[in-house]
Design a protein around this ligand. Sequence first.
Ligand SMILES: NC(=[NH2+])NCCC[C@H](N)C(=O)O
Ligand SMILES: [Mn+2]
Ligand SMILES: [Mn+2]
Length: 327
Amino acid sequence: MTTSPVKPAFLSSGEDLGVVAVAFSGGQGKGGVDAGPDALIKAGLLDDLKEDLGYKLHYDGLIHSYDDLIPSHDPPIDNMKRPTACSKVNARLHEQTYEHASQGRMVLTLGGDHSIAIGSISGVARGIRERLGKPLAVIWVDAHADLNTFETSPSGNVHGMPVAFLSGLCKHDVFSWLTEQCLIPADKLVYIGLRDVDRGEKKLLRDNKIKAFSMHEVDRYGIGKVVDMALEYIGDDTPIHLSFDVDACDPVHAPSTGTPVRGGLTLREGDYICEALHQTGKLVGMDLVEVNPMILAKEGGADTWQVAETVRTGCSLVRCALGESLL
Ligand SMILES: NC(=[NH2+])NCCC[C@H](N)C(=O)O
Ligand SMILES: [Mn+2]
Ligand SMILES: [Mn+2]
């Protein structure tokens, strides 16, 4: 595998990469997703980025569990489960990604459940706003829209709500630290891969005219055309953050995740999205979330091969987004 050097449009260099590893699972109820970053790193992901792709890593060497921020008693508020932990962890993560982004670095956040996108994306968005005076666009690749408000959520799990908070469609005192500069305008948000969208989320998508390419559009147009259309919609002059939930990929390639949904992206379709976004030179941040190396073991059907496959998929997606190419 080789690198195809792409000149980044919105970063200070093509080689500086900020990395934050987040061992947080409080955005949903299943343990083990906090072990995701360790599994990805143990599989050699960061070494590959350094040795094969030539990045200069800005990484503190820690896998943050933020234990000091997690209260022992954290009762639901307005249907949101573990609200205080979710807010405090994300507020801290926000400062970490903001610090990298404001130095002009690409920012990679390894989760953790998808609630951590509240912190990772808001930090990058604020850094980009301050540095370039521009909004941040987000391409959200996921089986789920994660657009529930605390009022529409059927589960109360915050990992099903990050986009509602990040877009400002939903506001709550719990996340009062999310200021205007942190937000993603609804017309700079694009989904790819959706196939399990709740009723309330469908209404929000429609009412706010949010751009979404479900698996239906992937089938109809092919992934190449879908990514072209997504990029055209965002426009040329906007930095892009890629938030990749590993469950966007079909459970064949990513079985070890908390909320798998049949009928997903092939490994190549997932990798293609990442490769194509890298080639734009406009990528400024990425999250890779919801790798849960323990879930299958917990559910009684431990299959180490399936765990390894999921980790392998996660590593491949990140490498592709950071410039690995087939030739
Ligand atoms: N990041 C995820 N895997 N999210 C799954 C969300 C599932 C469901 N829509 C909910 O709100 O609870
Ligand atoms: Mn998902
Ligand atoms: Mn998600």
